[in-house]
Design a binder for this molecule. Structure first.
Ligand SMILES: C[S@@+](CC[C@H](N)C(=O)[O-])C[C@H]1O[C@@H](n2cnc3c(N)ncnc32)[C@H](O)[C@@H]1O
Length: 319
């Protein structure tokens, strides 16, 4: 997998940083994680399945794989649960992830510059559902970075089912590990900012890796201004432990401006619904999802009494 990345990377505008990214990724994959033998075993079986062509047939990232034993494939993909991001379809098998990623993509895609021939970074890519869609939009290379190893294995499992995979890759890296080289034409940070203790550092690092004139797509949780400038959850937020800050869209606009971004546009604000985030058979033993994280008497509040998840999409440029 890393070899495939190395080859494509060397031919792209990222060639100067390929060796560094490869070394960092090999180190990350080399950690002692007791689940790796199970994930490797799943991948070994998945790669025997007949390969198909990838395309986007909303809501699914679809792989037109015919034949093959679908029960064996399902069992192996289930060893890689929980599947948070997707959905995917492989032949007749519908892998319905917790999230309907297509709903976010529909909100994002009409507003961004064409990805044709671009060098794209997808920060916090999860299993790469969006990274694949970016590559299918014609990116020269779409690089997802995702520190959680399981999601890297999920990405690889899906890639192994593709005959001619698009130029999408996911590496087990954090944004903080990326060389501060201005090489990417478009950078996505979707669902990541609120997980950062230091939001300014995250915004600055996003800016560092963008070429001059490059475009940032920032999607994150925000609050309505009636709730103030920002909320810093004392404990959990919608049962999530690691949510550090929920700014109002006005506050977030100010953060982007102080980081030096230009042409800052708020293109969408949407409250997350239980159609978009829901429990499915693909999320494993912990079957809770958004409906369990909201106040049962008021869908506009989380179970902790804070404003319910509401996501904003900002688009802006460096210089
Ligand atoms: C809520 S998910 C969002 C996934 C996808 N981008 C989306 O919009 O659905 C956030 C992901 O960001 C990853 N993440 C958190 N901090 C990160 C960092 N500093 N650098 C890269 N990824 C990070 C997490 O591991 C997690 O998988």
């Amino acid at each position: 997998m890393i070899n495939n990345f190395k080859k494509q990377c060397a031919q792209s505008k990222l060639s100067a940083i390929c060796a560094q990214l490869t070394d960092l990724s090999n180190t990350a994959f080399g950690v002692n994680n007791g689940n790796i033998p199970k994930w490797e075993a799943a991948i070994d079986v998945i790669q025997q399945h007949p390969k198909g062509t990838a395309n986007y047939q909303t809501p699914y990232l679809n792989i037109t794989s015919k034949n093959g034993n679908i029960d064996t494939l399902r069992q192996s993909l289930k060893l890689l649960m929980p599947w948070r991001k997707g959905p995917y379809q492989i032949g007749a098998l519908q892998l319905d992830s917790e999230w309907r990623g297509d709903m976010k993509w529909d909100r994002v895609l009409p507003h961004i510059r064409s990805l044709q021939g671009k060098c794209v970074l997808d920060v916090g890519s999860g299993n790469g559902y969006f990274t694949y869609l970016m590559a299918l939009e014609g990116a020269e290379i779409a690089l997802g970075i995702e520190p959680f190893l399981l999601f890297n294995y999920q990405f690889n499992a899906i890639r192994m089912l593709m005959k001619n995979p698009p130029n999408a890759f996911v590496l087990p890296l954090k944004l903080e590990q990326m060389p501060a080289e201005a090489l990417f034409d478009t950078v996505f940070s979707m669902g990541v900012l609120y997980h950062q203790r230091d939001h300014f550092m995250h915004l600055q690092q996003l800016k560092d890796v963008l070429v001059d004139g490059g475009e940032l797509i920032l999607e994150t949780l925000t609050i309505d201004e009636q709730h103030g400038e920002q909320i810093i959850p004392k404990n959990r937020y919608a049962r999530m432990r690691n949510v550090w800050c929920l700014p109002s869209t006005k506050t977030l606009y100010g953060w982007l401006k102080s980081t030096g971004f230009q042409n800052i546009k708020l293109v969408n604000v949407t409250q997350t619904t239980t159609d978009e985030q829901r429990a499915t058979h693909w999320i494993g033993d912990n079957t809770q999802s958004l409906s369990d994280f909201l106040d049962p008497n008021d869908n506009n509040l989380t179970i902790e009494g804070l404003p319910a998840p509401r996501r904003a999409i900002f688009i802006c440029q460096k210089k």
